[in-house]
Design a binder for this molecule. Structure first.
Ligand SMILES: Cc1cc2nc3c(=O)[nH]c(=O)nc-3n(C[C@H](O)[C@H](O)[C@H](O)COP(=O)(O)OP(=O)(O)OC[C@H]3O[C@@H](n4cnc5c(N)ncnc54)[C@H](O)[C@@H]3O)c2cc1C
Length: 414
């Protein structure tokens, strides 16, 4: 049987990986060339520690506070857009303790499944992607943030995740070469990290050799349907007949769904990153600078810093103040690194696919008998890609899914 996947980001490629291994003829369509989506310049964390959905208590109040500052890590461009309003109302409704209580166990299942499956990729992809398994810091400056993070370790422990709570001295002892200015940190030992562009290229090379067909620089513009089934995918280059369709086109999930008469709530959450190469001294551990919502990924002499969540639609404008805020946050936590100011023309940006309850869309959609969704992973696309890929293989094969899929139902807001 033939399966077509729209979207060659990390979710599309990991789905292709498991479907191809199962013996399906897989075609991937992407309007770019694999390097253009959110999956390329992100921080490369595989984070089982991130089991709290984005829609959670306190996020709205914090967001409103941050909106007042042009260099804060969060921004919504105010505009009269019906999709944004509908998404925002749902996000507001879902930012509750109940949402966290209901959905955190499901997100945890997906993240832990994915963390475990990353070993498949580590062992089977011929090209290295620098997967490094030493954990990830959540570092804080304020006592209030520290208390919150320490409290979260209890829930993490109940999910079987290992962590070490450290004071400032203990954090510094683990980074002996670089001054660290924090009040403390939690090191999550099950987390790991990789170089995302190397991972994407390694996957792409593997899949090409394994017989997956790619239509790159090819944009899906419509569909033909018959009898409750999608029969043809129309692109700007060819028309492709389809047995099974997986929609995995990231933050554009809502746009393409409209072509099928389906409502999927989705907003692009833009983030930036900057890279430093050939550093003489570098950090030993990746870290999230929690008070400033900034992330740091070191691999050998390479260092990436990233962050911000900007809801301004798919707008390719780079806001220099927000890129500088990432750099300034880094300097506050690691004053001894003396990194030069970033060249803003070199800053990367990507659109996180953000659903309004912080849960991905994974599963069949009732509107068509051969349609499945894989997307909406927000800041967890790399972390959850392997599990999503395996689940898509199980869904299409009619197998019992490894984890309960109810919370990921793509029709939950349709
Ligand atoms: C600064 C930053 C840091 C991040 N760090 C991490 C991290 O450390 N760990 C983590 O787990 N996640 C992280 N993320 C999130 C992660 O990058 C995303 O969740 C993930 O890349 C989403 O993957 P995707 O495959 O769903 O979408 P994408 O990578 O965006 O891929 C979607 C693809 O669909 C294609 N497409 C769209 N429309 C069409 C169409 N009509 N026809 C054909 N093709 C189409 C696009 O060209 C694109 O290639 C980060 C994000 C940002 C911005």
């Amino acid at each position: 049987m033939q399966v077509t996947i729209i979207g060659g980001g990390v979710i599309g490629l990991c789905s292709a990986y498991y479907l191809n291994k199962e013996g399906y003829q897989v075609t991937v369509i992407d309007r770019n060339n694999i390097t253009g989506g959110c999956s390329f310049g992100n921080m490369g964390y595989i984070s089982p520690s991130h089991f709290i959905p984005l829609a959670s208590p306190g996020i709205i109040a914090q967001g409103v506070k941050w909106m007042m500052s042009s260099s804060s890590p969060f921004y919504i461009k105010p505009r009269l857009n019906l999709d944004l309003i509908s998404w925002g109302m749902t996000f507001w409704r879902k930012s509750t303790a109940k949402n966290v209580e209901q959905n955190a166990p499901h997100l945890n299942n997906l993240l832990q499944l994915s963390r475990h499956l990353m070993n498949d990729f580590k062992n089977e992809l011929p090209d290295s992607f620098d997967m490094t398994e030493k954990g990830c810091w959540l570092l804080y400056k304020s006592e209030k943030t520290g208390d919150h993070e320490k409290h979260l370790t209890e829930q993490a422990r109940s999910f079987g995740l290992k962590s070490i709570i450290c004071d400032a001295k203990e954090v510094q002892a683990k980074e002996p070469d670089v001054e660290v200015n924090v009040s403390g940190g939690v090191l999550y030992l099950d987390d790991c990290h990789l170089n995302p562009e190397k991972f994407m290229l390694a996957l792409y090379n593997y899949l090409q050799n394994a017989g997956v067909k790619f239509w790159l620089n090819t944009e899906v513009t419509g569909f033909e349907k018959n009898n409750g089934k999608i029969t043809t995918i129309i692109t700007n280059k060819v028309n492709i007949t389809c047995d099974e369709l997986v929609i995995a086109n990231g933050s554009w999930l809502g746009n393409i769904s409209k072509m099928l008469g389906i409502k999927i709530l989705m907003q692009p959450g833009k983030g930036y990153s900057i890279v430093y190469n050939d550093l003489e001294k570098n950090l030993k551990y990746p870290s999230i600078l929690v008070d400033d919502r900034t992330a740091v990924t070191p691999i050998n002499k390479w260092l990436r810093i990233g962050g911000t969540m900007e809801f301004s639609g798919h707008s390719d404008t780079i806001l220099p103040k927000r890129v500088m805020a990432i750099y300034n946050a880094f300097k506050k936590y690691y004053p001894g690194m003396n990194l030069p100011e970033p060249d803003l023309t070199e800053a990367w940006f990507g659109y996180r696919p953000v659903s309004p309850d912080g849960m991905p869309y994974i599963g069949r959609h009732f509107r068509y008998s051969n349609l499945s969704y894989a997307g909406g992973h927000a800041m967890l696309g790399v972390s959850a890609a392997a599990g999503t890929g395996q689940l898509i293989k199980e869904i299409i094969g009619g197998e019992k899914a490894t984890i309960d899929l109810t919370a990921f139902n793509p029709a939950r807001f349709s």
